[in-house]
Design a protein around this ligand. Structure first.
Ligand code: PXL
Length: 294
């Protein structure tokens, strides 16, 4: 049997040293999906910014062009560029440049416009930031906002839910009109017991839903767990809606075991115990390993 080439992703996020999110989630989850993951760390923080005070912050913006220049000399090619939390307009501009320089015909550009939740922008961002993020979303093939981020991207008032299918589908189409062909909208619910995501493929004008049980508590880092699991599944060849179902189930499982353990909601979720199940859901167990990427 001919072995496939191993896929390679570029993950552009911060490293929050404690409180699992961004790169400390993207790297293990994409690796579990069998994807070689090269990282561009945008900053190093002692913790993420959600609910902690006194965290350290070392900005790595200046390192990004130098990393890119070196990679260009190696002729590296990427099957995906996956960006998450970006801390400034300068970083948004540098990510646009990374896309220009490294996107080829087959590269899937995935932008998770991490900047807000629960109706509010995260503390680190000024009111103009969503405009800059919307410009970056225009360059993506796939975006994964939550409903708060969607409202900021569209410059519309935030609606806390419950939602109607009409509302969700209007938001999906408006987000696709910003530029990305595929949109995954998280935090979707029609009745209190169930929560999940809606997916939209603009080329086919097709909407789908992946919902699961709602577990109480706003656990930090779950957006990154979800986006990483979905992107891993898409790179493994799953259609978007199936990838969304796999990612919703992986995320809900992670939240459930964290809730049962009574862990501080700021500390991140126990996704690690769900990795064997995630690998099984991707059908990777027992499959021959692909050759190392060229
Ligand atoms: O999970 C999103 C995230 C990533 N990185 C940092 C954050 C947040 C959300 O608050 O603060 C530094």
């Amino acid at each position: 049997m001919k072995m496939g080439r191993q896929k390679r992703a570029m993950a552009v996020h911060d490293i929050s040293c404690f409180g699992k999110c961004s790169l400390t989630v993207a790297l293990p989850v994409l690796s579990a999906a069998g994807i070689e993951t090269s990282v561009i760390p945008t900053a190093v923080l002692s913790t993420h910014t959600g609910g902690f005070t006194g965290y350290t912050f070392r900005d790595l913006t200046e390192d990004i062009p130098a990393i890119a220049e070196h990679w260009k000399t190696l002729g590296l090619r990427f099957d995906a560029i996956y960006t998450g939390y970006l801390g400034s307009f300068a970083q948004l501009a540098l990510v646009s440049r990374l896309i220009r320089e490294f996107k080829n015909g087959d590269t899937l550009v995935c932008v998770d416009p991490v900047m807000a939740d629960g109706g509010k922008l995260y503390a680190a961002f000024g009111p103009d930031f969503p405009k800059g993020m919307a410009k970056l979303c225009a360059k993506a093939d796939l975006i994964l906002p939550n409903l708060t981020e969607a409202a900021f991207l569209l410059n519309e008032p935030y609606c806390a839910g419950p939602y109607t299918k009409d509302y969700i589908e209007t938001v999906l189409r408006r987000l696709a009109a910003l530029g990305p062909e595929r949109v995954v909208l998280t935090g979707v619910w029609f009745e209190p017991e169930h929560l999940g995501c809606a997916v939209y493929d603009a080329a086919a004008d097709r909407v789908g839903y992946a919902l699961n049980e709602r577990i109480e508590g706003a656990y930090h880092g779950t957006g990154d767990v979800f986006a990483s699991a979905l992107i891993g599944a898409v790179l493994d060849g799953f259609p978007l809606l199936e990838a969304a179902r796999i990612a919703v189930d992986f995320t809900v499982g992670s939240i459930r075991r964290t809730h049962e353990a009574g862990t501080d909601i700021r500390f991140g979720v126990n996704f690690e115990a769900g990795l064997p199940g995630y690998i099984r859901s991707l059908g990777l167990e027992g499959r021959p390993a692909p050759a190392v990427g060229a």
